[in-house]
Design a protein around this ligand. Structure first.
Ligand code: SF4
Length: 176
C-alpha cells in the first residue's frame, strides 16, 4: 500500500469524519478495517454509519441478495444523515457492476478491486460530484496482494492474508 502521499488534511481544528458500511464476508470486514486505518492516517475521524459524516464508504459484496436494492437503501441512509456527504462504493459488487452503481443517485465514486486500498487518494476534496467517477480495471488485470487485519471491528481479532483469487472466484461465479 502506498502511504507516501501527503495527508489530505494537514491541520484542522475539526477533523473530517468518515463512516463505513460493510457487507459480505469476514475478509471484507478486515479490508474495511485496513482502509479505515488509512483514513485515520490522513487525519479523518471514524464515526458510526448512523451519524453525520463527510465521507461514507460502502464496501459491497457481489453475492449479497438483491445487492442493487440493498445498496440503494444504504446510500439513502447515508444521505439522510448528511445530504452533502461524499459517497464512495468499493468492494466486490463495485468491481462487478461499476457503471450500474455510479448511476445511482448520490454516488460520487466507485472503485474496483485494485483501486479500493487507494481510496483516500481518490478523494481530492470532500465536495460531491455532479457526475460520479469510476476507477475499476478488469478483474483479470488485478494482481495485487494485500494483507488485511481486523482488531476491533465486528469480527474477532484475526489476521488473514487475502489474495485476489478469493474475489475473482466470487465475481467470476456471480457474473457467469
Ligand atoms: S463476493 Fe465473496 S469475497 Fe467478496 S465480499 Fe462477498 S463473500 Fe466476500
Amino acid at each position: 500500500m502506498n502511504s507516501s502521499f501527503l495527508p489530505l488534511v494537514k491541520s484542522a481544528t475539526k477533523l473530517p469524519k468518515v463512516a463505513f458500511y460493510t457487507l459480505g464476508c469476514k475478509l471484507n470486514f478486515s479490508e474495511t478495517a485496513t482502509i479505515a486505518r488509512e483514513f485515520e492516517t490522513q487525519n479523518f475521524e471514524r464515526v458510526a454509519f448512523e451519524s453525520p459524516a463527510d465521507v461514507y464508504v460502502i464496501n459491497t459484496c457481489s453475492v449479497t441478495e438483491n445487492a442493487d436494492k440493498k445498496l440503494k437503501g444504504i446510500v439513502q441512509k447515508a444521505l439522510a444523515q448528511n445530504p452533502e456527504g461524499f459517497i464512495a462504493v468499493i468492494g466486490c459488487y463495485a468491481q462487478l457492476q461499476p457503471q450500474q452503481i455510479v448511476a445511482l443517485d448520490g454516488v460520487d465514486l466507485v472503485l474496483g478491486a485494485s483501486e479500493k486500498f487507494k481510496l483516500p487518494q481518490y478523494i481530492n476534496d470532500l465536495a460531491k460530484k455532479k457526475i460520479g467517477e469510476v476507477h475499476a480495471c478488469e478483474i483479470s488485470e488485478v494482481n495485487f496482494y494485500e494483507s488485511s487485519f481486523s482488531i476491533s471491528d465486528r469480527t474477532r481479532a484475526f489476521l488473514k492474508y487475502k489474495t485476489v483469487v478469493t474475489i475473482n472466484a466470487h465475481i467470476v461465479h456471480t457474473s457467469s
